[in-house]
Write a protein that binds this ligand. Structure first.
Ligand SMILES: *Cc1c(COP(=O)(O)O)cnc(C)c1O
Length: 406
């Protein structure tokens, strides 16, 4: 089928939640490169929303999945699963958590975290302590509870009523969260850098104060590290940059190296919120997913991709800041701000529309993303090199000048 035929089928048979998609059908990938069915090669600086951290078709992941698929794809959580136990151990040994529960997605990991926090208090006879505070502009997923926790009203309004007990406050405003953290609150749910919201980092001082507030008021701190986790920010976990210790961490995106998989990590204390029968899943944590997870996390750790995210990330931010100044020198006031940590980078634009920049980058062979606040979003695979970035910057410059031309 050619692309036009695929688009025709999509329009006819697929429920349209993704709007007009980028007009390409990728047929294969390797490293940073993706091959379209049109024969054109694209450089991926978005990694399928931070999923393909090892790049595309990484041999370790391909091998792990193929080998496991040839032996056993699925059993059930009624039985013991070796790779599940091994991956849980690997995640615990490399984080502040004591226990793990696997899910199929980020939203499901956050659902589990919200349930765990409620279960933790209801087991102490405090069922009225069920409220969850999250941030305006946050993103936590598309299930009903996680959409209720998400700080974007337009995702909620068509599906009212939302589950009860979800409260929003502004990011980096301690007074607001302090005031909202009353007796009914069981958990505070935060992304250390709000990805979908526009790559908005939380300040260290704010996070430390929130951690202290949680301790004082007997509230569990849940960090949604679905996007920030597993090396993306230049630390294995986003929280490590701030000297804080969450009670619960959620992961997904990069965890399976492209295979759908999420996880909820918890301290022993928080994990006591689930007793046998309280939660479950048919698919999650199965042999195939955990084989992919072991390969992906193993590779992130063994190839020091976290360190690469830090050095190439800093290099990229500098290059973008230089570009900002260069453009300003040439009379183009287009880059307002460059934000983020590691390889989670936002370029807030002005006098120009981020979606147009994304489209033009695509036409020039580069995949980038966009987020809230008119922000261009770079989430390259963690294997990206300085050279890859050096090649991209002049292309971005041309695109910006073309669109911002007077
Ligand atoms: C992507 C994302 C989610 C949702 O993950 P899904 O796998 O799409 O359900 C939740 N939280 C954050 C911070 C995310 O970036």
């Amino acid at each position: 089928m050619n692309l036009e035929q695929i688009i025709e089928l999509d329009k006819k048979y697929y429920i349209n939640t993704f709007g007009d998609r980028v007009p390409v059908n990728f047929v294969s990938g390797l490293g940073l490169e993706l091959l379209g069915s049109d024969g054109k090669v694209y450089t991926d600086l978005f990694a399928g929303v931070a999923v393909s951290a090892l790049g595309h078709s990484h041999p370790a992941v391909v091998h792990a999945i193929s080998e496991q698929a040839g032996k056993l794809i699925h059993c059930s959580n009624y039985y013991y699963i070796e790779k599940q136990a091994l991956l849980a151990k690997l995640l615990v040994e490399n984080s502040c958590a004591d226990k793990v529960f696997f899910t199929n997605s980020g939203a499901e990991a956050n659902e589990a975290a919200i349930k765990l926090a409620r279960g933790y208090f209801s087991k102490q006879g405090k069922a009225s302590k069920f409220g969850v505070i999250s941030l305006n502009k946050s993103f936590h997923g598309r299930t009903l509870a996680t959409v209720a926790a998400t700080g974007t009203e337009k995702y909620q309004l068509p599906f009212a009523p939302m589950p009860a007990g979800f409260h929003k406050v502004d990011a980096n405003n301690f007074e607001q969260i302090e005031e909202a953290a009353g007796h009914s609150i069981c958990a505070i749910l935060l992304e250390t850098i709000m990805g979908e919201g526009g790559v908005i980092p939380l300040e260290t001082e704010y996070l430390q104060k929130v951690e202290k507030l949680c301790k004082e008021r007997d509230i569990l701190l849940i960090l949604d590290e679905v996007q920030t986790g597993l090396g993306r920010t230049g630390n294995l976990f986003g929280y490590q940059a701030h000297g804080i210790t969450p009670d619960i961490i959620t992961l997904a995106k990069a965890l399976g190296g492209g295979f759908p998989m999420g996880a909820m990590l918890a301290s022993d204390k928080a994990a006591s919120g689930f007793a046998p029968g309280d939660h479950g899943t048919t698919f999650a944590g199965g042999p195939l997913a955990c084989a992919a997870g072991l390969a992906s996390v193993g590779e992130i750790l063994n190839s020091n991709l976290t360190e690469n995210a830090k050095t190439v990330g800093e290099f990229t931010k500098n290059e973008l800041l230089n570009l900002k100044h260069e453009l300003e020198g040439e009379g183009f006031d287009l880059i307002k701000d460059v934000r983020g940590q590691g390889l989670m980078i936002g370029v807030e634009l002005q006098n120009i529309v981020s979606a147009d920049v994304k489209t033009k980058c695509f036409e020039n062979g580069y995949l980038v993303g966009i987020a809230g606040n008119n922000t261009l979003r770079l989430l390259p695979p963690l294997i990206v090199t300085k050279k890859d970035i050096k090649d991209f910057i002049p292309v971005l410059k041309l695109v910006l000048k073309e669109l911002g031309g007077k």
